[in-house]
Design a protein around this ligand. Structure first.
Ligand code: ZN
Length: 166
């Protein structure tokens, strides 16, 4: 399946190993935890700034990629927070700053994630920004495999490899 001569291009399924570091040098994510990341190049499966930097890389190649927030998870929006009444949480929930919670957004009929940013006497400040919003991301990437996508993958707009097949 793996063709050593293929480089990263649209319509190819790419597998990368990576570490992700934010300003200050803190490593926040790494493929060492869940294994290499596989995706269909050109389909927007990964953040735009990383996808753009991978074109033309061959299997075995390493690259340092710096991605500004506009090409990653967006700028931090200070208005994208809400104060939720303490009464609206189940009594047995132990709220802690940093805790990720799911909310149902009735307006858009979808589930959204937010995290507890502050607990006040009468309410909880929930932040709906992505936890990496506003961060400049430093990736250390290595391409470990490239193969042509199957017609199904092209049609679906995502990779069917690994355990994430669907
Ligand atoms: Zn699919």
């Amino acid at each position: 399946m793996n063709d050593k001569n293929l480089t990263v291009a649209d319509g190819r399924v790419v597998r990368i190993e990576y570490t992700l570091t934010v300003a200050g040098g803190e490593m926040v994510d790494s493929s060492a935890e869940e294994g290499p990341l596989e995706f269909l190049q050109g389909a927007g499966e990964i953040i735009p700034g990383l996808e753009a930097a991978l074109y033309g890389l061959a299997v075995g190649e390493h690259k340092q990629v710096v991605v500004t927030p506009d090409l990653a998870y967006g700028e931090y929006d200070p208005d994208n927070v809400q104060i939720v009444d303490l009464d609206s949480f189940e009594e047995d929930v132990e709220l802690e700053p940093g805790m990720m919670l799911e909310f149902f957004d009735e307006e858009n009929d979808e589930t959204i994630e937010g995290y507890v940013s502050e607990i006040q006497p009468d309410g909880v400040v929930i932040d709906f920004n992505h936890w990496l919003a506003g961060e400049t991301l430093h990736f250390d990437v290595k391409v470990v495999a490239v193969r042509p996508a199957t017609p199904d993958e092209i049609e679906h707009g995502h990779s069917h490899g690994g355990e994430h097949a669907q």
